[in-house]
Design a protein. Sequence first.
Lengths: 338, 338
Amino acid sequence: MATLADVARRAGVSPATASRVINGSSKPVANELRERVLRAVADLRYVPNAHAQLLARPQRSVVGIVVHDVSDPYFAEVTRGLQRVATERGRLLIICNSYRDPVRELEYVELLRGQQVAAIVLAGSGYHDAGFTTLLNEKLAAYEATGGRVAVIGRHDHSGDAVMPANATGGELIGQELLRLGHRRIGVIAGPRILTTITDRLTGLRRALAGQGVELPEERIRYADFDRDGGARATAELLATDPAPTAIVALNDSMAVGALALLRARGIRVPQDVSVLGFDDMPIAADVTPALTTVRLPLVELGVRAMTLALDPASGQPRVESLPAELVRRGSTGPAAD
Amino acid sequence: MATLADVARRAGVSPATASRVINGSSKPVANELRERVLRAVADLRYVPNAHAQLLARPQRSVVGIVVHDVSDPYFAEVTRGLQRVATERGRLLIICNSYRDPVRELEYVELLRGQQVAAIVLAGSGYHDAGFTTLLNEKLAAYEATGGRVAVIGRHDHSGDAVMPANATGGELIGQELLRLGHRRIGVIAGPRILTTITDRLTGLRRALAGQGVELPEERIRYADFDRDGGARATAELLATDPAPTAIVALNDSMAVGALALLRARGIRVPQDVSVLGFDDMPIAADVTPALTTVRLPLVELGVRAMTLALDPASGQPRVESLPAELVRRGSTGPAAD
DNA sequence: GACAGCCAGGCAAGCGCATTCCTGAGAGCG
DNA sequence: CGCTCTCAGGAATGCGCTTGCCTGGCTGTC
């Protein structure tokens, strides 16, 4: 790799001068020298060593984000928002997938810290694990103590800047809609127990139902993998309960799609025999059949806000922005069967 | 940020010793000193400055990938494969989205080069743009000249290691299936004209059809945005041609989903009135209604192979691996209407 | 008891760059 | 013509770290 010194030698100038013309320093350089340097840069295909630059002048321009899984549509959308703002502001993005593994999440925070990133955005649910939370906050605090910025999306486990989707409210909206349609036997596909997002959504749902005296017994809650197949499996289990639920609530859309697929395979009609509801309103939700009734979360906006928070100068106290949830009625829900 | 020197001072040793215990150097260090250093590291929450490390010992451990758009399901899957291998081998991944902009792609290659990444993987279609191709190859060559490794997925514009999905074969498979079902008036939703992937798929399709004397006139090919809405718009245009096509081939699944949505909105039955075919077999393809007949590309495998190629030591000559395409028949296709 | 051999740990160089400080040459003025 | 002021460009330093090399104290052997 060609170095600054190579460029300088070829141009017949000192490295200092070469550096100045390459960086457009305020210090004036004679036109002839400038051109010689530029030509040498082109000839040598010189690209500055970013590590050396960062060592010499520690300005942090990279932002790290830790998401559960970019290929999950939820995070794909959130990431799109994060990316948009980062790019607009000329920041490079390092995307790390934790695959919902708290240990890996911790490792990535450490790694990002070593990379001297300007900010870290943690996107996705927190974990019900006090030990983990303590450790995470310690690491985050150490990072912030050195000027690093942190923003989180949808998690309670960090007390700094955060943008929060209305998970509980979304749960309530679903509960109200179910009651309106006369459902009282409700099955829930809940995703991994360890995620706080799940608890939040479940709590909202429970609250709404309890208002009308409807219970959510533990046997009608299935903790499944957060994807399509997890949803299908959980649906099969719920159908095996007796009496079977008249409505199935999946706590994200991927699992709802799995539920739809299994019901179709079993010849069970949606919504005539059973209603299905999702959560998130991921892009494909309107395109499955029947189209999915779900709770819309402003996914891209979550990312946009979080990155904005992370990149704006730190304010004295933590800023928490709440983003609304909204019920989207589509074809997968109808009046209770009995 | 605490530095190595801080740690050394606190432990009462030299920076050299501290470095050695932290890196687990082969050189032995007395147990007592080792413990003192470890304690200092913990107390100070010391994390080595990755840039300084990379400067001092230029071992490149991060890999950069440039994709068109991670939130596109196609690339989400490919990225999953890339990520898997990178993680297994302990490499950090920098993901850059070019959003199908050649200029941005060039910029990212440059940036990744400056980051001293060990390898660059370019995923996604090349461009019909000779100027761009030349520039790209120049930059890539300069990068490889300094020991950088390059692998590409599904593009012809670089002569090094590559893994190629069978785009043309996939097009042929679709053509054959169409002929088998008796379709002769075929509309194509083609995605951006500038992408070589589109041309490849189109060429295969044309070849199969030409075998039976079926033509693909230019007015039945719509060059649309590569997403759902682009597919819907293009479908509306194709329906306006007279006589309307009996089958619509979308050159990726997202556009096919858009086609399905528009047809449903217009009350046109699939496959009775018109057949619809997609390309890629993205995860959701089986869950739309009717389920999408499409060409399956081993998306995750593409990523796995490419990253493997990129991380394995360079061989003398370029290695090109071809991955097969396979037709997946589902509910969206049927015999021609007339 | 003296010397060779060995090993833990420190010293210092250098990775590639930005930047401060200094030098030397030219311009301007008396 | 000589002096001072100005400014372009170069020398040198340091960012945080790794590592080759050297030192000093120890053990072992004859």
